[in-house]
Design a protein around this ligand. Structure first.
Ligand SMILES: C[S@@+](CC[C@H](N)C(=O)[O-])C[C@H]1O[C@@H](n2cnc3c(N)ncnc32)[C@H](O)[C@@H]1O
Length: 278
């Protein structure tokens, strides 16, 4: 997705004007909901230089806005981000509030949840806020991502309920079974990653590259989940553009595809029973 001057959109905004406004207001330390008349204000020489430097980084170096401001929003929450993590934009934010509970026998009694591939920890934090009594584990292979996630967990005051663990998918997860396993893994086919606009190349390749057809981690996660779900539990995975190959390979597991506003419907749910968990 491209905006004016060849700046790729899609990481924090879809419209170049919105992103430019966001960058200018945050550089000037002005509230993001400022009255539009603020744009008529004249700038001091120092303010002008600051704004121009930020716009240069965004337009010439193609640094994503979120890495410039070191912040991103998901589900109305603000998260610290830097180049060690993917900029939060998961479809789970649409699905979690209303579409997941109907799949659980007793959502209020969910006690153990895991976010595999946690990155900035954004989904682990949203999960902890949704399942108020649950202990949540956030797993990631990248030590840098786990440092960022730790910062976010502390900022959202969830250190008592959200635990972060370095783990290759579920292999290093603490013992026991989960009510809910959720993952937004790297799912771009390798060849797509190579062709992504420059903005996306600032994100960690480990966060994007899902192997030849994008499903390398998805396949492993499905295999590993069978021994880690409680009876009645659910596995939810975001697969991006991989729905068709996913359905060809895993259609027998009867995945339910959640509806998303833009119609991409790229997050599925598999019930524990379909993985042979009784
Ligand atoms: C698409 S990002 C998702 C981050 C975050 N959950 C979100 O939605 O913004 C994928 C994350 O998976 C991590 N990752 C990649 N391979 C992994 C593996 N084998 N085991 C655990 N985490 C992995 C990356 O470090 C990255 O943080």
């Amino acid at each position: 997705m491209y905006g004016e001057k060849g700046a790729a959109m899609g990481q924090i905004a879809t419209e170049p004007r919105d992103e430019a406004l966001y960058l200018i207001l945050s550089t000037l330390g002005l509230p993001l909901d400022s009255d539009p008349t603020v744009l008529d204000r004249s700038l001091s020489a120092a303010e002008y230089a600051g704004v121009m430097q930020v716009l240069k980084r965004r337009l010439e170096e193609h640094v994503p806005a979120a890495y410039i401001t070191r912040e991103a929003w998901l589900g109305g929450l603000k998260f610290y981000v830097d180049e060690r993590v993917l900029i939060p934009r998961s479809y789970f934010v649409e699905i979690l509030p209303t579409q997941v509970d109907p799949w659980l026998k007793n959502p209020n009694k969910v006690s153990r949840v895991v976010d595999v591939c946690t990155g900035s920890g954004c989904l682990a934090i949203l999960l902890a806020r949704h399942f108020r009594k649950a202990r949540v584990e956030g797993l990631d292979l990248s030590p840098g991502a786990l440092e960022v996630a730790g910062k976010n967990v502390r900022r959202h005051r969830l250190s008592k309920r959200v635990r972060l663990v370095q783990s290759d998918l579920l292999s290093g997860a603490p013992a026991g079974r989960y009510d809910v396993i959720l993952s937004n893994p790297p799912y771009e086919p390798t060849a797509h990653v190579d062709r992504l606009p420059r903005e996306f190349k600032h994100e960690p390749r480990l966060a994007l590259d899902g192997g030849r057809d994008g499903l390398d981690l998805v396949r492993r996660l499905i295999r590993e989940s069978a021994s880690r779900l409680k009876p009645g539990g659910i596995l939810m995975i975001e697969v991006g553009g991989g729905r068709a190959p996913f359905d060809r390979e895993f259609g027998h597991l009867e995945p339910h595809w959640f509806h998303t506003e833009d119609g991409s419907d790229c997050v599925c749910l598999i019930q524990a029973a379909r993985l042979g968990v009784r």
